[in-house]
Design a protein around this ligand. Structure first.
Ligand code: AMP
Ligand code: MG
Length: 390
């Protein structure tokens, strides 16, 4: 049995980045750049008006003759004299002979005669060519996470494809004779299968939208076959249940029979002690405990960083926050505890039921308090580490 920190190190060291793929910018939300991106153009590509108004050459004059119009999208290639101005609109090309735009609210106009009532500073209201980014400059460094704004920025530079780390293909394999798919009648002795839906949903929060769920009865032979087929077709295999010490827990044996290298089994923690982590070539396998709250805790604390590492993220763990716990808490277990909790701006509350079999409190929690294995007593108002997950 190992400690939490050791388990996290082993996972970080043994989860490999996915291969690189060139994908459409329009489909790249949540991916991580595998290669730096440089701008192919100046942005703006030409001097652009930042206002609806008039373009002119700044000097001593306050009166101008309006000789042309430059609408957004136009390219006005005309000679403009010192005493002339151009009617111009936001985003439009600023003619080369002019240097300043006055907003229309600061002018009066009679026919083609323009009077500037409030003179702007020289070069005001003109977005310089390349003001946002110049041709050849760095747009994003490697490892940048693609956000909606990043997609917008890439698109405005005319970039259509980028190189990213692929997202891993994930299989969820649920084990258990007692499990009935939701939507069916519940025979005596059975329960509804919920872990696969929960883990699928948790995967979606890190941008893994497509997963494939397999189900297997508690049979060694069938489990070996199911594991074999998951390993053949997926980068990550998340198994639920069958990893404890019961007579019908066949997962560990099935993994070893399939050539999976065990990197750890069992962590000094509660919930989720019987977590298994292994690899086969570049593929990783987590056998998550079947108890739903243990399963999800292990997913957030261990599978989540592994997946993020594979996807190219630099910050892979759940972010850590410090909050003041609002009651005394004793930890006599000698184990690291992950407590379902609700945090606010300053404080964090330990929720009532901490059973690993129950999801009722997890379902309303927004974080996990971490009480390290060697801390026996936390006093009310002491700061504790909270891992937010929603
Ligand atoms: P196991 O680890 O297989 O011994 O399962 C531990 C507990 O979790 C048992 O009460 C199981 O019925 C329950 N369990 C296992 N897998 C699932 C699942 N996919 N959905 C809901 N409960 C499960
Ligand atoms: Mg079971």
């Amino acid at each position: 049995m190992i400690q939490v920190a050791e388990a996290l190190n082993i996972i970080a060291e043994n989860s490999c980045k996915m291969p690189i793929a060139k994908i459409k910018v329009s489909k790249s939300l949540g991916y991580v750049l595998a290669e730096a991106v440089y701008s192919p153009i100046n942005m703006p590509p030409f001097r652009q008006s930042a206002m609806d108004g008039y373009a002119f050459t700044h000097g001593d004059l306050t009166q101008f003759e309006v000789v042309s119009t430059s609408q957004a999208g136009d390219f006005l290639d005309e000679k403009i004299q010192q005493n002339q101005a151009v009617r111009i609109f936001t985003g439009a090309f600023v003619p080369d002979d002019t240097d300043t735009v006055v907003m229309q609210e600061h002018t009066t106009r009679t026919d083609n005669l323009l009077q500037i009532e409030k003179m702007p500073a020289a070069c005001a209201n003109v977005r310089e060519k390349g003001e946002q980014i110049k041709k050849g400059e760095l747009v994003f460094d490697v490892n940048t996470v693609i956000t909606p704004a990043a997609i917008g920025f890439l698109a405005c530079l005319g970039i259509t494809k980028i190189k990213v780390y692929e997202k891993p293909k994930v299989a969820i394999l649920v084990t258990g004779n007692e499990l009935v798919p939701v939507g069916n009648k519940l025979p005596k002795g059975k329960i509804y299968e919920s872990n696969s839906l929960m883990i699928e949903a948790a995967l979606q929060t890190i941008g893994i939208k497509k997963t494939t769920v397999f189900k297997v009865k508690d049979s060694l032979k069938k489990t070996i076959k199911a594991v074999e087929s998951c390993l053949a077709h997926f980068d990550v295999v998340l198994i639920s249940g069958g990893i404890s010490v019961g007579d019908y827990d066949y997962v560990k044996e099935a993994l070893l029979k399939n050539g999976v290298t065990e990197l750890f089994y069992k962590i000094n923690q509660k919930p989720g002690k019987p977590l298994f982590f292994g690899t086969k070539e570049n593929k990783i396998v987590f056998a998550l405990p079947g108890n739903p709250a243990s399963s999800l805790t292990c997913f957030y604390v261990y599978a989540f960083p592994a997946l993020k590492k594979m996807m190219g993220f630099e910050a892979i763990h759940l972010p850590e926050m410090k909050k003041k716990i609002n009651t005394d808490f004793k930890n006599t277990s000698g184990k690291t505890l992950f407590l379902k909790a609700l945090y606010g701006d300053e404080k964090v509350t330990v929720l009532e039921s901490q059973s690993s079999a129950m999801l009722n409190t997890f379902a309303v929690a927004n974080g996990l308090i971490v009480i390290p294995h060697d801390i026996t007593h936390v006093r009310a108002n002491e700061e504790v580490v909270v891992l937010p997950f929603n």
